[in-house]
Design a protein around this ligand. Structure first.
Ligand code: C5P
Ligand code: MG
Length: 297
């Protein structure tokens, strides 16, 4: 199947013919892209995960930090806290990406991970006015081609919903410092709650982790009026949990899902191909999403 090159891939979207691009059903992808193109930009919205989807997984062989890991900076937390957070990462991250466990099985463990880390962060009395500096000092990095992606969506007035189980305040700072926090960007994430003196005292609202995005999507849907009346969705994620991010879109017509497969490639390849329309294997760029968008809009 993967060897069959259709006219669309050859002539219209050459990026889809790269060997890092896997598709279970190429014809479905083509039909969806055509349907979205016919419906036009006014019917389109983009829903994207943040960590390891809009940001790179690795750069020069080194892992790029998630929004949580950006907080690992002496300006914000002490050495003891760093050690504890790293120990939790070493315990729970392998569970998060374990292909042999179901999402149901992972769910309570993810709640445990996020809750423990958030408690540790609150103990550190993190200061709001230090976040920008911590992001500057970090090696946070958006995927190559990110500027084309964000700028194009802004120019076409296509809403971009960034749906992240990371830390919203840090996420905003990352896109701000990269000059792509445009007015069409909407964010659902875990936001910090600071007291009057600017010290972290809690996290706001319902906790969002990798495997409860569906509930978050449903509860926020009504509030996101800019996204209503746009039944076509381009969804980007790096976790199978990200596939539920569009569950709040009522009366959706066409959904095209793109999954970045960054880690544990051989173990997870089959489940990713069965779950996402397009799977990008160890691709640190936005080239494919950008090519699809260029074609639709
Ligand atoms: O933006 P996204 O939803 O991808 O953010 C969640 C990611 O952050 C998870 O994939 C998880 O691996 C990572 N994480 C982390 N440290 C934590 C909790 C989650 O790096 N304490
Ligand atoms: Mg992610």
């Amino acid at each position: 199947v993967l060897a069959i090159w259709h006219q669309l891939t050859k002539t219209e979207i050459p990026e889809l013919a790269k060997c890092s691009v896997l598709m279970r059903e190429r014809s479905r992808v083509e039909e969806t892209i055509h349907a979205m193109q016919r419906a036009g930009v006014g019917n389109l919205q983009v829903i994207s995960d943040f960590d390891m989807t809009l940001t790179r997984f690795a750069h020069n062989g080194k892992r790029v930090p998630t929004t949580h890991n950006i907080l690992d900076n002496r300006l914000l937390i002490n050495e003891d806290c760093t050690k504890k957070i790293r120990a939790l990462l070493n315990t729970y991250y392998p569970i998060e990406i374990d292909p042999s466990r179901s999402a149901e099985e992972k769910l309570p463990l993810m709640v445990e991970w996020w809750t423990k880390v958030h408690e540790l962060l609150i103990e550190q009395r993190i200061r709001k006015d230090m976040l920008a500096q911590a992001v500057k000092e970090s090696s946070a990095m958006l995927r190559d081609g990110y500027k084309v992606f964000f700028d194009h969506l802004a120019e076409q007035q296509i809403p971009l919903l960034i749906f992240s189980a990371g830390v919203g305040d840090v996420l905003e700072e990352v896109i701000q410092q990269n000059h792509v926090f445009h007015p069409n960007v909407h964010i659902i994430s875990n936001y910090m709650d600071f007291d009057q003196t600017g010290v972290l005292r809690a996290f706001k609202g319902q906790l969002i982790h990798t495997f409860n995005k569906r509930e978050g999507a449903l509860s926020h849907a009504a509030g996101l009026t800019e996204l209503q009346g746009r039944p076509n969705v381009l969804l980007l994620g790096d976790s199978l949990g990200d596939l539920t991010m569009a569950d709040g879109v009522s009366e959706h017509e066409n959904i095209l899902t793109i999954g970045f497969l960054n880690d544990q490639v051989e173990e997870r390849k089959e489940s990713y191909i069965n779950s996402f329309d397009i799977v990008l294997v160890k691709d640190e760029t936005m080239d494919v999403p950008n090519a699809v968008l260029r074609h639709i809009t």
